[in-house]
Design a binder for this molecule. Structure first.
Ligand code: SF4
Length: 316
């Protein structure tokens, strides 16, 4: 049987970012240095395939520090942790390594600097996401107010409208965030913020490549996990940019073939925590059913690399 033709547009950049790459390497190094088990507080990055792979090597994933025995090392995930977490690990004299992405740490430092200058912070982010919890947890309670939508801005009750700053989660939708920032500056003209927002290069680049292809494809598959904020944003960005069908898939078995019936073109991208092996799996599944022509849609080149500590040290 002849296969129907399909043009497959492959987004570039896609998949792993520098922060995810660094966090995974830190867990691997910790396992080499200290042997199994090494504990990891929260999924090191939001991807089941990655987490399962590390689990097989001896990593144990937990949600809270009190689930870790005091005599085993613990690693904090790329999303960042509230200040109370390393403080508690130190109090328990645990060996710990912080795998927080440097771009998340940068937001933590920004928030602290504003706080030292006497400003109250408004954080644009998603309730309950570990990064939001981590950033809000850098400062005492009440010093960081969370907004998720433009509508939330109207309901904000601040200490002093003249003494405010804002920070953002790194994995938000660039367009939604711009709207929230506009609402904040309209209501609080003196609010201080970063030059643009804190959305990281990887999130921005992946959204841009999706926008570049959304108008010319019949469907879009985003390889990523349901709890990965940046992956979910890619689905939304594709839909808003005119793609009539966009689906988040963890791997090839998630593809809804019925929904893809009759398509002639498809876009593929992957969230910052999705490994390339899963993208290849999805591409191969499409090749098994279609006569595929692959075209690359490259909107940026990334050469960001974050230093991985050469030796993991035990905290003094
Ligand atoms: S998505 Fe951005 S902030 Fe998050 S780990 Fe990757 S580079 Fe860091």
């Amino acid at each position: 049987m002849t296969k129907p033709p399909l043009t497959l547009y492959l987004a570039a950049p896609r998949g792993f970012c520098a922060g995810v790459d660094r966090a995974i390497k830190i867990v691997e190094m910790a396992l080499k240095k200290w042997g199994a088990p090494v504990y990891v507080r929260h999924e090191i990055v939001h991807n089941k395939y990655v987490v399962d792979g590390l689990r097989e090597l001896g990593a144990v994933f937990v949600e809270e520090l009190d689930e870790c025995p005091p005599d085993r090392p613990v690693i904090f995930s790329a999303h960042g942790v509230p200040k109370a977490v390393p403080a508690e690990a130190a109090r328990r004299e645990m060996v710990f390594v912080d795998a927080t992405c440097p771009l998340v740490s940068k937001v933590h430092i920004e928030a602290e600097r504003h706080h030292e200058n006497g400003l109250q912070i408004v954080m644009i982010g998603h309730t309950g996401h570990p990064e939001t919890i981590g950033t809000m947890g850098q400062l005492p309670e009440g010093e960081v107010l969370l907004v998720e939508t433009e509508a939330d801005v109207a309901g904000l009750e601040v200490r002093d409208p003249e003494r405010l700053a804002f920070v953002t989660q790194t994995t938000l939708s660039v367009d939604d965030t711009a709207g929230i920032v506009r609402a904040l500056t309209a209501r609080f003209p003196k609010i201080v913020g970063p030059h643009k927002e804190d959305i990281c290069y990887a999130t921005t680049n992946r959204q841009e490549s999706v926008k570049a292809m959304a108008g010319r494809i019949d469907a879009m598959l985003v390889v990523g996990a349901p709890n990965s904020s940046n992956s979910r944003r890619l689905v939304e960005v594709a839909e808003r940019a005119g793609c009539s069908y966009a689906q988040l898939v963890q791997r090839a078995t998630d593809i809804d073939w019925r929904a893809l019936e009759g398509i002639r073109s498809i876009g593929i991208t992957a969230g910052a925590s999705a490994p390339e092996v899963l993208v290849n799996e999805v591409v191969d599944a499409l090749k098994a059913r279609y006569d595929v022509t692959v075209e690359m849609v490259e909107t940026a080149r990334e050469n960001v690399e974050f230093k991985v500590p050469r030796v993991l040290r035990e905290p003094a």
